[in-house]
Design a protein around this ligand. Structure first.
Ligand SMILES: Nc1ncnc2c1ncn2[C@@H]1O[C@H](COP(=O)(O)OP(=O)(O)OP(=O)(O)O)[C@@H](O)[C@H]1O
Length: 291
């Protein structure tokens, strides 16, 4: 089990994270927040690239900073941008990284073959990576993070640049991997984690707002999400009164999904809140600013 205990991180006088507490067991954890909320800072601390200003991160009872090399041996990490050599084949690249990690050559060969099969790249194992799609490169990235069969796999914004089909494949792969390890996935895209995360972590105002299952998080908005139709000309006034979550225009009418704490009007249909609704509600100011 991995525990983040009262962790604060300051950069000079700037407070990036304030008294964070989290617990991770095997499964997929979606770290979901808009850009700038502190996801990367948290991930850098979980991977020992940054140290907390105060507090500690404990793996199976020991501080990860004290575990040092021992911790890095059980850690797999896919950073936002990972360096690969486009003139290398996946096999050559992974064997090279395995050598750097001190994995014995014969063991490495077997492991690399297994991994390329796992990420469905065995057919292109010996092809140069320069013609690979974003999704294929990302799968090479996962394979490199899995070289040491890590107990903790951390992926920072891993779906950027993937097409919808690649995203589905990627999600299925992660679900598989999370059966016997902790998988932590940071993203600002709700659909990346909605279908696979056992728990969602949301950071707001430098603190943890939620660490919970999706259904429990969505309960927070129970009875407040509705859909209705308004005339196109009335949409602007409606938007001023209620927080619009999504809109669709069809033959002069606007179909609006929105939030209201007021008693429902007869023409409103109550709907079950989803994670996107909670995300938009939670980060209204940030999301608006980022447009
Ligand atoms: N080395 C640093 N020095 C000063 N401020 C920093 C430093 N690193 C991060 N920050 C600030 O801390 C805050 C959190 O940054 P962080 O990169 O963790 O956010 P994020 O949620 O991961 O966003 P992104 O998705 O863009 O990486 C930001 O306001 C950022 O400007």
């Amino acid at each position: 089990m991995l525990i983040v205990q009262n962790v604060t991180k300051n950069f000079g006088t700037f407070n990036a994270l304030n008294n964070i507490n989290l617990e991770f067991r095997n499964g997929v954890y979606g770290l979901l927040a808009p850009n700038g909320a502190g996801k990367t800072t948290l991930i850098k601390m979980l991977t020992t690239l940054l140290f907390p200003t105060s507090g500690s991160i404990i793996y199976n009872g020991k501080d990860i900073i004290k575990l040092d090399e021992e911790y890095r041996e059980i850690l797999g990490f896919l950073p936002q941008e990972f360096g690969y050599y486009k003139n290398y084949s996946p096999t050559a690249y992974l064997l090279y990284l395995a050598a750097l990690k001190g994995i014995e050559r014969q063991t490495a060969k077997t492991r690399v073959q297994e991994l390329l099969k796992l990420v469905a790249l065995e057919n292109v194992a010996d092809k140069k990576m320069k013609k690979f799609s974003g999704g294929m490169i990302q799968r090479v990235g996962i394979a490199q993070a899995m070289l040491n069969d890590p107990k903790i796999l951390i992926l920072d914004e891993p779906t950027a640049g993937l097409d919808p089909k690649e995203r589905v494949r990627f999600r299925n792969l992660l679900t598989d991997l999370a059966r016997e390890r902790i998988v932590i996935l940071s993203t600002h895209i709700v659909s990346d984690v909605e279908s696979i995360a056992n728990e969602i972590i949301m950071i707001k105002d430098q603190q943890i707002l939620y660490q919970d299952t999706i259904s429990r998080i969505c309960e927070k908005l129970a009875g407040q999400v509705y859909e209705t139709e308004v005339k196109y000309e009335e949409a602007a006034a409606f938007r001023k009164k209620y927080f619009s979550l999504s809109e669709k225009q069809e033959s002069g009418m606007m179909y609006i999904r929105f939030l209201s704490e007021e008693p429902a009007q007869p023409e409103w249909r109550a709907v079950r809140p989803n994670l996107e609704d909670v995300f938009l509600h939670t980060y209204q100011d940030e999301v608006m600013l980022q447009g």
